[in-house]
Unconditional design. Sequence first.
Length: 80
Amino acid sequence: MKFLFATAAVLLGFFIGVAGLSFAAKPSDAPISLDPVEALSTYFFSFSWVGGILGTLIGAVLLLAYLVLWFYVGVKIYRS
């Protein structure tokens, strides 16, 4: 059961991240769409544009750390 809460928290965190990336990347006159592939490609492109291969690795580590944080939030919610 703890794993289900943690997985649900990771999914929630993923969709919050996608919404944040979509909101930050769109111009003011374009509607916001929750397209995870476009949001993640924008995320990785921005890191790779700035830092090349090292930037892509840093972006991947930051994304994993963000999702692990949400995993622990789900575990914390389950335990309380």
